[in-house]
Design a binder for this molecule. Structure first.
Ligand code: NI
Ligand code: MN
Length: 234
């Protein structure tokens, strides 16, 4: 596989907030919501590899396919304590690593920090999903920030001050999260020049004007990537 020699990190978009990031052959899947997503009907979840499934918060549009993929792959779930406990108690998915805000853990692929998000996190059955978060993943070669669902907030400045963020996965769809205007400010705060957009166009409330989104980032000299569902990017 020549990709192993040309790229260390490979990012695949599966629609909405769902991304896979491959780090030296380890597959990190974020917020799997694929089978209920009308725009992702061409994605076959039975073929998606996962060693770890990272869950930002408890909403259905971030956890819909966690159980199925975790059962097939035996992936380790990484999320806050409440969500990890919920998957164990309700579905017997016991292979979980609980975290809480501000905490970091060294996994074999790199260091993960669970960071603040301003949003909500109630689970589909009304259980508490704790407080919502995002993840900073740091490896020797590259580091990135997966914001999850969030408003723009000042803690992003701390991320930029104390972490090197090579690229950031940021919501841009507005209404339920920040829109692309605020996301461009978030990119400045975390000091990254590359942003992959998430949480847009899935349904009516979050449809965006791609041209305006691109112009907003271009004005700030930040590269906005809007991959097609199923597309891989380096
Ligand atoms: Ni949400
Ligand atoms: Mn959401």
């Amino acid at each position: 596989d020549k990709r192993l020699f040309t790229s260390f990190m490979l990012v695949t978009f599966y629609g909405h907030g769902c991304f896979k990031v491959d780090i030296n052959g380890t597959h990190l899947l974020f917020d799997p919501f694929i089978t209920p997503n009308e725009k992702a009907k061409h994605i076959d979840i039975s073929t998606i590899p996962a060693d770890y499934i990272l869950i930002s918060h408890g909403h259905e549009d971030h956890i819909a396919d966690v159980k199925r993929i975790a059962e097939r792959t035996n992936a380790t779930l990484i999320s806050n304590f409440e969500i990890i406990s919920w998957f164990d108690k309700n579905f017997g998915v016991s292979n979980g690593h609980p975290m809480n805000h501000g905490g970091s853990w060294n996994f074999p692929f790199g260091k993960v920090k669970y960071v603040n998000a301003i949003h909500s996190s109630t689970l589909p059955d009304g259980s508490s999903g704790g407080n919502p978060g995002g993840f900073i993943v740091e490896t020797v070669e590259k580091s990135f920030y997966y914001a999850g669902d969030t408003a723009l907030h000042m803690d992003m400045k701390l991320i930029g001050e104390y972490h090197r963020i090579d690229f950031a996965l940021l919501p841009i769809g507005d209404n339920f999260t920040m829109g692309y205007d605020d996301a461009s400010i978030a990119a400045e705060m975390v000091k990254t020049k590359t942003v992959v957009g998430l949480h847009y166009d899935t349904f009516g409330f979050i449809e965006i004007d791609h041209q305006k989104a691109n112009e907003t980032f271009k004005k700030k000299n930040i590269n906005l990537l809007l991959p097609k569902i199923g597309e891989e990017i380096n």
